[in-house]
Design a protein around this ligand. Structure first.
Ligand SMILES: CC(C)(COP(=O)(O)OP(=O)(O)OC[C@H]1O[C@@H](n2cnc3c(N)ncnc32)[C@H](O)[C@@H]1OP(=O)(O)O)[C@@H](O)C(=O)NCCC(=O)NCCS
Length: 156
């Protein structure tokens, strides 16, 4: 399996949304009862090509990530692997690569995940630790080899 991440174009939104819609359907249904117009609008407004990379696996579009390089951390705002490519090790491989990149920058890698999302087990297996939670989400961090303070709640 060969995967690549390439900078998204503004015009990638339709393809990105199709993947996000399907991949999160179970989680969104558990949490909100399904996709709502407000939820769809929120995703559309969050579309940020400058911090988005499209994931290709063996040449096929297979997902995307939204990642911010902040001064004190890398923030993985979204990781989505298309339904047909899940449970084949793609997510693990991409996460390991992002963890290494953050480590090279000397910063921790942060993410958040819905409380009910099984992806938490994957993150825990990779060494992410739960640091905080709100009513919907759990905030997890993979520390850098050299430790640095966590980002403030306001930044999240
Ligand atoms: C979570 C996700 C990124 C993992 O990518 P992946 O390529 O399927 O993961 P891998 O094959 O490397 O690892 C599999 C592990 O991921 C987790 N996982 C796999 N599919 C999952 C899914 N549909 N939803 C949640 N977690 C999943 C499980 O822990 C699984 O381990 P298991 O097969 O032993 O149960 C991917 O499944 C996905 O995009 N899911 C839907 C969207 C989502 O929940 N994104 C994360 C938001 S924080």
């Amino acid at each position: 399996m060969i995967w690549t991440l390439t900078r998204a174009l503004p015009s990638d939104w339709d393809r990105a949304w199709a993947i996000q819609h399907d991949a999160f359907l179970d989680d969104v249904t558990r949490t909100y009862g399904g996709w709502t117009p407000a939820g769809i609008e929120k995703c559309k407004n969050a579309w940020a090509p400058h911090s988005t990379q499209m994931l290709h696996v063996d040449g096929d579009l297979a997902g995307w990530i939204r990642l911010e390089h902040r001064a004190d951390c890398d923030w993985l705002d979204l990781l989505v692997v298309a339904a047909g490519h899940q449970r084949k090790g793609v997510g693990t491989s991409v996460l390991r690569s992002l963890m290494s990149d953050a480590d090279r920058r000397g910063v921790p890698l942060w993410l958040s995940v819905h409380r009910s999302n099984d992806a938490r087990q994957l993150y825990a297996r990779l060494g992410f630790r739960e640091m905080d939670r709100d009513e919907l989400r759990v905030f997890m961090v993979h520390p850098a080899s050299t430790s640095s303070p966590p980002p403030s709640i306001a930044q999240r």
